[in-house]
Write a protein that binds this ligand. Sequence first.
Ligand code: AMP
Length: 586
Amino acid sequence: MRYLLVANVYEQIENTTKRLEMTDYLVELFKKTPKNLIDKVVYLTQGKLYPDFMGIEIGMAEKLAIRAVARAAGRRIQEIENNLRETGDLGETAQKFLEKKLQVTFFQQPLTVERVYQTLDKIAKASGSGSIDQKISLLAGILSDAEPKEAKYIIRTLTGKLRLGIADMTVLDALAIAYGGGKEARPILERAYNVSSDLGQVAKIVAESGIEGLEDFKVSIGKPIRPMLAERLSSPEEILEKLGGKCIAEYKYDGERVQAHKNGEKVFLFSRRLENITNQFPDAAELVREYIKPKSAIIEAECVSVDLETGEMRPFQELMHRRRKHEIRQAIEEYPVSLFVFDVLYVDGKDLTLEPYPVRHEVLKEIVDITDRVQIAKYLVTDDPQELETFFEEAIENGCEGLVCKSIGEDSVYQAGSRGWLWIKYKRDYKSEMTDAVDLTVVGAFHGRGKRAGTYGALLLAAYNPEEDTFETVCKCGSGFTDEDLEKIPKMMEPHRIQHKHARVKSKLEADIWFEPKVVLEVIGAEITLSPVHTCGTGAIREGSGLAIRFPRFTGRYRPDKSAEDSTTVKEIIEMYQSQLKRVGN
Ligand code: AMP
């Protein structure tokens, strides 16, 4: 097939902004394309060589492409650069110089799609020493045989500037018309695309076997399923109403979404944008290999930064340190992660995407071997708005963003690639930022684990209520302690240890060790939030809820100068909460 055919269609598409016309041009192109080439033509129209998840970048630096254009056109690099400054588009510059050259030389071998594709592929994959020269000669080679218009589009494709603006859905429409018997076939093509993320493969199947070939399309390991997304509402009542009165609410963990594909020892991890991120998270891949029981499975989980010693979740920002490509080993140690699994889409040959969520959730419970670092997203099945609100507050306080409330109806399938009302997120539209540190009294402690076995994992801290002369808990703090602190604190607390909760301490939490209120520490957190767990200021803001410090951290300052009664008061915490409220966006 001549590449010129493709280039001509690109030109037509560039000259229209109407989606229907674009579709018609594509239909014509697809009809003229031999079936064995259709996948490649589809990728090319998207400015790609492979589906995104393969991670093979087509990009060639403009600097190198300039050298290839100069060579093919028999010009000096300087001349090309000068013209490029005027046009701002190397594709156009290449076209212009090759037009001039045409007048003096004979046109050589006509370019085929196969040859263009193979050459671009070789350029994309060339690496190591000598690859720069190799890329330039490969490109100069096809440019020498290219018609000027072809050169324009080859250059734009290679430098990542093709940008024809053809949406995936337009390609699916065109395929439905060209090979599926009409536009009505679109949903079948769309589903196949949504569960494979591979337009080229869908094109090939429909071209070769017609729409029937896609009717039984199944998910497969190694091809990411386009993620299901959630709509948003801002009250428990609205959410329950939308979900038919009852739902399963899950913690909305604040990390990175990961779709894990396991096939025996092999594990791939895909990001929400379907990039293969296995190399960035070898530890998460290992967790999947070890704790997802079936031989082969596709699961979805939120990958969250955690403190292995306290089991607490860390703020989202910490996970961003894992986004690097180098020194991964070190990042794994500094920023360990846990997985909170929230869906299962495939198990041992069985596609589960069309099963209702309650069925998938039951499967999920069977296939996860629960450990500290791999858990099922915390959930609650409820029809009670009050209960939902309390669960929401608990989620926030524990470091989550809110809840994802999911339909448990018969139609609650996994809607790959779409944002619908089967999942509804419930996040806050306000945030209370904590700018000042507070002084809190130690009233209890929890045993540590991992490296902290034998010492405290976290301290239970309280604010003082002078009216009632009580100490009301406001956080469980396990961060900010140095090794030295961890050795010192148990010794410091020992004289104050008591057998039961102190009479002046108000706590809903059961600490492992209790203390009389004596020792004061300085603590800062990310914000103050409503809490169903802590007792500080219960009822002051909302009935039945107290206030808590989210992501609390010891500042390193002991306050022996303060008595417990000099701690920050409950009233001050309430005021801090009220004065620091600010609206936040999505
Ligand atoms: P948003 O990015 O605000 O649209 O929220 C949706 C995201 O929440 C998903 O893409 C997941 O990464 C994340 N998430 C966290 N916990 C869950 C959960 N239990 N169920 C579904 N999504 C979750």
